[in-house]
Write a protein that binds this ligand. Structure first.
Ligand SMILES: O=C(O)c1ccccc1NCC(=O)[C@H](O)[C@H](O)COP(=O)(O)O
Length: 260
């Protein structure tokens, strides 16, 4: 049976072809002039919180289904910022996460902190889309980008002045991620093929990443005790979506996580 990540990637390729037909490259390039200037995502992580927080705007997911029915992306983003989040992650995938590029555009306009485009990036066209929509950083998932594809997209993101957050799950991808001389590395605690999350996964791989590279633990982070565990391991930042989005009082939920 085809795993979920492969299904997402296959579907994404059809979406990219449709987007290219709808908005030709030249038109997209012209929109770059109207994009807001890039904010420094890595600098955004270097502030007050012991483990910096990248708070994710996430309506639904393949593993959880609908997470938050009462979903106003801009209001959520503002609350995250007011609560003390360092940076934001905005899911722009429509089919599997009920996200939208328009959410990124609107959120970036309304907040003062850097914003990551969280999607399945397979093509330089999407990097351009991200910048034209105001993104300051773009996620790259090593498991989706074999061979030279990872390095090419990494270079494209840097060329547009944005920060690539290079994510991996499989330990065997670590060497090729480190070979990029990355500005920011993330380890996903969720096996994107089975959906099982385990915080120990990021803690283990963090030991193999040079301390000069800011490190993000992603997924499955729910409690202050989880944050304490990341802090004890010396992990710089965490990316948290579902556990925040499930809370009725988002501001309190952010405060509780950051109280560690
Ligand atoms: O979240 C999923 O179900 C998922 C399934 C398949 C591919 C990716 C998926 N999630 C993307 C993420 O990495 C998370 O949105 C992010 O790290 C936040 O995780 P969480 O705090 O567990 O929502």
């Amino acid at each position: 049976m085809q795993d979920t990540l492969s299904k997402i990637v296959a579907h994404k390729r059809t979406e990219i072809a449709a987007a290219k037909a709808r908005t030709p490259l030249a038109e997209l390039r012209a929109r770059l002039a109207d994009a807001p200037p890039v904010r420094d995502f890595v600098a955004g992580l270097k502030t007050k919180n012991s483990v910096a927080l990248i708070a994710e705007v996430k309506k639904a997911s393949p593993s959880a289904g609908l997470i938050r029915a009462d979903f106003d992306p801009v209001a959520i983003a503002r609350t995250y910022e007011q609560g003390g989040a360092n940076c934001l992650s905005v899911l722009t995938d429509e089919h599997f996460f009920q996200g939208h590029l328009d959410f990124l555009v609107a959120i970036r306009r309304e907040v003062g902190i850097p914003v990551l485009r969280k999607d399945f990036i397979l093509d330089a066209y999407q990097v351009l889309e991200a910048r034209a929509s105001g993104a300051d950083a773009v996620l790259l998932i090593a498991e989706c980008l074999p061979g030279q594809e990872l390095a090419d997209l990494h270079a494209a993101i840097l060329d547009h002045g944005m920060t690539p957050l290079v994510e991996l799950y499989d330990a065997e991808n670590l060497d090729r991620v480190l070979a990029l001389n990355p500005k920011l590395v993330g380890v996903n605690n969720r096996d994107l093929r089975t959906f099982v999350t385990d915080i120990a996964h990021a803690v283990r791989l963090h030991e193999r990443v040079p301390s000069t590279i800011p490190f993000v633990a992603e997924s499955g982070i729910r409690t202050a005790a989880d944050v304490a565990r990341l802090r004890a391991a010396g992990i710089d930042a965490m990316l948290v979506g579902e556990s925040l989005m499930r809370q009725p009082d988002l501001a309190k939920a952010v405060g509780d996580l950051l109280s560690q």
